[in-house]
Design a protein around this ligand. Sequence first.
Ligand code: NAP
Length: 296
Amino acid sequence: MSSRLIDGKAVAAEVDDSLKPRLEALRSRGVNPCLAVVIVGDDPASHVYVRMKGKACEKLGMSHRTHALPESVSEEDVFSLIDELNADKEVHGILCQLPLPPHIDERKVTERIDPRKDVDALHPYNVGHILLGDPLFLPATPAGIMKLLEHTGIGIAGLHAVVLGRSNIVGKPIAAMLMQKGVDATVTVAHSYTRDLPDLTRQADIIIAAVGKPLFVTADMVKKGAVVIDVGTNRIEDTSSEKGYRLVGDVDFEAVKEVASAITPSPGGVGPMTIAMLMNNTVLAAELSLNGTRSL
Ligand code: NAP
């Protein structure tokens, strides 16, 4: 058996296309969505992600601003910048690239962002509404995963989804979204204390791997015909590559594709979807600013 490849780049292009008429409608009312990204320090990987988000905005003709602050910036100065961005009518979406240096409290920064501009959906207001099944924004990576699952055409209701990882940005929200009424998966969440993991994953109709460990999910952990979504992006050493490394997922793609019915590659699966869904959230934030967002 060889599985169907779930092409994240192609599905992301479809999402981009679906944004175009919404962007035209906004522009006809004098609004061009603008994403403001705050980044602190010099972490090269974080800067790469921020540049990718800027390029994605440019591709759609949307505005973006990057506020790059030095590692030594004070927490108060980060708060002041966020306050300014919250008040700025030209800015529709705000995100703070994580991780932040240890002297800046990520939670406080996240809570400072106006929930109506919180396109990463990390503010407790948005997290709460996701859990209640009444979201304002959906976090970009889990929203992208849901689109990819939709694209496979499988009916999710009643299926057993095993989510590997319980982070605030992937594991917890995707588990909440999969168990929501109308989606109706039966969800198991595994983490580093989970016992007999292969036994558990072999019972899964859907595996969402968000562990951050290269090639962690092996073929013997996957039931024949399962759908496998690989969220992981891990660098492994590769002397044959110019960069000295290559990116691999949390799933042993080559082996697991022989067992699964459908599988995402990594890179080229969830990654492009994350960016596309961030663009979707920025457009949504601009629409909310025009149409009178619900009061908080
Ligand atoms: P994270 O915050 O490091 O969380 C990893 C999770 O995996 C934790 O909940 C951890 O459990 C769990 N875990 C670790 N070892 C395990 C084991 N042996 N068995 C079961 N669970 C185990 O990571 P994250 O931010 O969610 O990201 C996960 C991966 O996705 C990373 O490779 C990241 O780069 C990638 N990612 C990709 C995108 C994208 O757009 N493509 C977006 C976000 C993240 P504990 O809670 O017990 O420690």
